[in-house]
Design a protein around this ligand. Structure first.
Ligand SMILES: Nc1ncnc2c1ncn2[C@@H]1O[C@H](COP(=O)(O)OP(=O)(O)OP(=O)(O)O)[C@@H](O)[C@H]1O
Ligand SMILES: [Mg+2]
Length: 1018
């Protein structure tokens, strides 16, 4: 039993300041909070002593680990007191502090009984606890020697102190409780001394010192299994802890390597200190850590940590954006961090892809922070964390012969009888310390060694003692010798993971036998309170235990683990979907695993598109391996393929060719038109992106026919953006009008109907109808623009960027709108939203539109800015391979500004090439009209004879390009360009006539850009 005694420092003084009434109130608050803590750790609040608190652990209910629980409670009570003290300081101006003392001792059961505990029943033990309390520093916890001995392995303790106790002459021994690390090695038993590794330690210590001074670093430790990577990291962590630096660790595990965010989330949970807190408390903690963060970013962060409020909807942003915002948030937080920290990522060879790439980004700012990052991995790993730029790598070689001998000697002791066998072990171990340790354990279990660790004697004839050939074989032999119940426990644990709890084992129908496993150093206990938790002593033990079991047994266990996860936390089903899928797949339950992979993908679509892709791919693999007679096989093969195709254009993956053809075959065979339509829409986008406009237009017609034949309104609204986009590019305006109208009718005013790819298909359709209307000289375009922009403003960034591009980029280039202050202001607003979202495509569209507006402004500064933006955007399009049909017009607009700056001879070939390209498919591409305008104007500005001739040819090419009837937009441009040409020819009468007709037409159509241009013509 352990007694906890807590008392307020200088309570008399506080009473004098605040009065007895208020003191009682403060005390009541304190007792309430303390009671909750004590209860959490399984203790009983025994007595309210007036200005102090007493609690018992281990009585009346026997708790084996009462001392550890009491320590945890003591720390918890201090934390609560500190929190309360902030209020009290603010209100009353007094300093509230607590001292806590602990003492453990035997209590005879009968003395306590089951009724309310009497103070006297445990008199002597309480007395010692009280004395410990009296010598504790304010805010601190003091342990008696008896308690200290019980928690040695689990808690961090100060030096042994000799303290003077009130009213006695005898000094007593006591130790301060500094902390109870929660983590894998909390209960680690005494390890053998570190052998060798001198320079490695010195190197890391040097780096740690620099990190503490503010020059952080990443250090990777690589080496084969059992060579000592984790050990080195533990030594460094101890070193850091000794210097007061906090250490946060995350472990990757083999069976979670396909679970996105797994490691990142764990590390951040540790770093933010939310582990063990409930939802609201955890969210408060996060907010206090990053007080200035954007509220929307914080929602994303909550979601990553798994502490999101289920009532609050997540911001709808695309996965790239989500990842970048999170990275920015975490990086900002670590840059703001003043206090040095060590982050450990163990076993990176098992890291999941998403965590890997996020961590790689987090590492970028480490040099500017007071942090040291340690990453361990085995040599086969070659992922992003193994080549972080600026990282130092420590490759652990086997220990030398003399070091191995020293280690073996340390393990065996120096009895003369062990010498020969020791040598054999050292030779076989070949410098691998874990192998040496396991061989010693094996021989001890076999009874070859007698006695205790570090003091063995050999009982057998050395010549006859065999040692297993490999580390794995040694472990397997040891597992084999376990009694059946322990073996079964170990097998089940291996299926669960490297960390597992007693309760979960029981849920699996196992009657856990853990003591002998702990004793045999197969596993270690790491949590002593509540549901006890354990970890495998070493990852290899888990691997061997996992592989040693019968496949069918293992499958059954996986199935049960999955069931346990599902029933344990139904609310977190989506979040655990990937883990569920893993277990069910390992259980051989393809159907169920498939379902969870699909759910995991849907969950990830808005979080990380790479993760979603991975899950769809896994689902696809499962579906493909189903037996041919499975009735669901066809549908199951189609669904993941459909989504993989559907998102292709957003993640720069090409679907045309084999991928698409295969899906089409499957859909045709199954009569699944909807899936085919989704894939076809993506194919249309891809074809437009790749600048194959004629082909895209034909595909768009096919896709439209397919969509219409299905006749599903939501599907139609959600998918028509693609055929519309193709038809916009081929200037087939009547088609644009017809399909846009269809979307507008079916959406019936609902901005988010069919929002599975764009947040607001309706807003986008309003804008495309606007363009179609003004191009064909139909009324209503102005209202469309207004409505579409309005709706776009409250939609997702990608929709808004698309709306702004359709509205202003096309509007300004076509001369329908003027790049006035209002327009530029709105585009800048959209750009800010896109920047914050960092959605690749949205960002590029918004920058392109701003660039186009700026090169049409009045001041040179603005035009130069526009030029710069456009040049950058064009580079982005080419590099990322999207929006390729926009490249020529972007280049032409940029070159136009160069020409204005006097660089005509350089600019004209560029503009010419751009314009030529836009007519090369033998149809009138959307940007062919303004590109011709730019070319003609620039040529006429230079004005050589050949320039004028070329301008004339360009005008005629525009006039002759096949296009829809009644293409008013072309007519007005032709008037303008022909007027300019007439002036260049010196034909004043023709010029005046054309100019006046141009003016009239601009005015009657209400095309503001043209009105301004016409007025400016002399
Ligand atoms: N230099 C050393 N001196 C003494 N003991 C060591 C030394 N290096 C490692 N050990 C011991 O050997 C065992 C295995 O080491 P460790 O767990 O660090 O291996 P590892 O490289 O992390 O292997 P894995 O890749 O499987 O994780 C541990 O018990 C550790 O304490
Ligand atoms: Mg290790």
């Amino acid at each position: 039993m352990t007694v906890l005694f807590a008392d307020v420092v200088h309570s008399m003084d506080i009473a004098a300041t605040v009065g007895p009434e208020r003191l009682r109130e403060i005390m009541a608050g304190l007792v309430d909070r303390a009671a909750a803590v004590v209860k959490r750790y399984g203790g009983t609040l025994d007595k309210f002593t007036g200005d102090g608190i007493m609690a018992l652990f281990g009585a009346p209910v026997a708790l084996e680990d009462h001392a550890v629980r009491a320590c945890l409670a003591a720390l918890g009570v201090q934390e609560e007191a500190k929190r309360l003290a902030v209020d009290v300081q603010e209100r009353d101006g007094v300093d509230l502090q607590l001292r806590v003392g602990l003492n453990s001792g035997q209590v005879i059961a009968g003395e306590i009984g089951s009724g309310p505990l009497g103070y006297t029943a445990v008199g002597e033990q309480v007395g010692i606890a009280q004395r410990m309390e009296s010598v504790a520093p304010p805010g601190g916890v003091m342990l008696s020697t008896s308690t200290a001995r019980l928690v040695e392995g689990a808690a961090t303790l100060g030096e042994v102190e000799r303290v003077r106790i009130k009213d006695t002459d005898h000094p007593a021994r006591a130790q301060r409780l500094l902390g109870v690390p929660e983590g894998r090695h909390a209960a680690r038993r005494a390890e053998s001394n570190l052998v060798g590794r001198r320079w490695e330690m010195a190197a890391v210590e040097g780096v740690l010192g620099r990190a503490i001074d503010g020059h952080g670093a990443v250090v990777t430790v690589v080496g084969s299994p059992g060579i000592g990577k984790s050990r080195l990291v533990r030594e460094v962590a101890a070193l850091a802890a000794g210097r007061g630096v906090e250490v946060f660790s995350a472990y990757c595990e083999s069976h979670t390597s396909d679970i996105p965010f797994h490691v990142v989330a764990r590390l951040l949970r540790a770093d933010t200190g939310v582990r063990g807190l409930d939802g609201p408390a955890a969210r408060d903690r996060v907010r206090s850590r990053v007080p200035d963060a954007d509220p929307e970013d914080l929602l994303l962060f909550d979601d990553l940590l798994g502490i999101a409020d289920p009532e609050v909807e997540l911001p709808k942003i695309n996965p790239d954006a989500r990842r970048r915002r999170l990275t920015a948030l975490v990086n900002a937080a670590s840059l703001a961090r003043q206090v040095p920290a060590v982050y450990v990522i163990e076993d990176a060879h098992w890291i999941d892809e998403v965590s890997e790439s996020m961590l790689a980004e987090f590492f970028a700012v480490i040099p500017q922070t007071p942090s040291l990052v340690l990453v361990t991995y085995r040599p086969e790993y070659q992922g992003a964390l193994s080549w972080v730029s600026g990282a130092q790598t420590i490759a652990l070689a086997p220990l030398s012969d003399s070091e191995t001998a020293a280690l073996v000697c340390e393990l065996l002791g120096s009895d003369p009888s062990v010498g020969a066998l020791g040598q054999k072990i050292a030779e076989r171990a070949a410098g691998n310390p874990f192998f040496a340790e396991e061989m010693v354990r094996d021989l001890a279990e076999r009874g070859v060694f007698r006695g205790n660790r570090s003091a063995y004697e050999v009982t057998a004839d050395v010549g006859e003692v065999g040692v297993p050939a490999t580390l794995q074989a040694t472990i397997a032999a040891r597992i084999d010798r376990l009694d059946p119940a322990a073996k079964r426990t170990l097998s089940a644990a291996a299926v669960i993971g490297s960390r597992f709890s007693r309760e979960l084992l029981e849920t699996l129908g196992i009657d856990p036998v853990l003591e002998s496993l702990v004793g045999g150093e197969f596993i270690d206990q790491i949590r002593f309170t509540g549901d006890p938790e354990y970890v495998f002593h070493h990852p290899l033990i888990r691997t061997v235990a996992y592989e040693a079991q019968l496949k069918s047994d293992r499958a059954e266990l996986h199935r049960r683990v999955a069931a346990a996860i599902e029933s344990h936390d139904p609310a977190a089903a989506e979040e655990n979907a990937a883990l569920m899928a893993e277990h069910l797949e390992a259980a051989g339950d393809g159907h169920a695993a498939y379902g969870w992979h699909m759910r995991a993908a849907t969950w990830a679509t808005n979080r990380d598109i790479t993760a979603a892709r991975l899950s769809w791919e896994r689902a696809q693999t499962i579906a493909d391996t189903l037996p041919a007679e499975d009735p669901d096989r066809a549908a199951m093969r189609i669904a993941p393929r459909t989504m993989l195709c559907g998102i292709g254009w957003r993640v720069h993956v090409n679907v045309a060719g084999a991928r698409f053809d295969e899906l089409r075959e499957l859909c045709t065979a199954a009569g699944d038109k909807a899936s085919l339509a989704i894939a076809m829409a993506a194919l249309v986008m891809e074809t437009v992106f790749q600048d194959r406009i004629r082909e895209a237009s034909q595909l768009a017609s096919e896709a439209m026919a397919l969509i219409e034949s299905i006749g599903d309104p939501t599907l139609t609204v959600g998918l028509c953006f693609a055929p519309i986009h193709a038809k916009v590019h081929s200037s087939e305006w009547s088609d644009v009008l017809r399909v846009s109208q269809k979307v507008i009718d079916l959406a019936a005013g609902d901005p988010s109907k069919g929002n599975f790819i764009f947040g607001s298909p309706l807003a986008v359709a309003l804008m495309s109808r606007a363009i179609g209307r003004y191009c064909l000289g139909r009324p209503g375009w102005r209202d469309d623009l207004r409505h579409g922009l309005l709706m776009g403003r409250s939609a997702d960034p990608l929709s808004y960027a698309r709306v702004v591009t359709y509205g202003y980029f096309a509007g300004i280039l076509y001369g329908v709108l003027r790049p006035d202050d209002g327009a530029v202001g709105e585009i800048e607003g959209a750009l800010r939203i896109a920047e914050r979202s960092s959605d690749d495509i949205a960002l590029a569209l918004a920058r392109m539109t701003l660039g186009a507006a700026l090169v049409h402004r009045h001041t040179e500064t603005e035009r130069d800015q526009g030029h710069k933006l456009l040049s950058e955007v064009s580079g982005v399009f080419l590099r990322q391979g999207h929006n390729l049909p926009e490249v020529p017009i972007v280049d032409a607009c940029a070159a136009r500004q160069r020409a204005r700056r006097g660089d005509r001879d350089e600019a004209i070939p560029l503009i010419r090439a751009a314009a030529d390209h836009l007519f090369c498919e033998g149809l009138l591409q959307i940007w062919g009209v303004p590109a011709t305008g730019v070319l003609v104007e620039t040529l006429l500005d230079r004005g050589d004879d050949s320039d004028v001739a070329e301008a004339e040819a360009a005008i005629e090419r525009l006039a002759a390009a096949p296009a829809d009837e009644g293409l008013v937009i072309r007519e007005i441009w032709l008037l303008r360009l022909r007027a300019l040409l007439a002036r260049a020819h010196g034909d004043g009468a023709a010029y005046a006539h054309l100019r006046d007709r141009y003016r009239d037409m601009a005015t009657s159509l209400g095309f503001e850009g043209h009105i301004a241009w016409a007025e400016a013509m002399p």
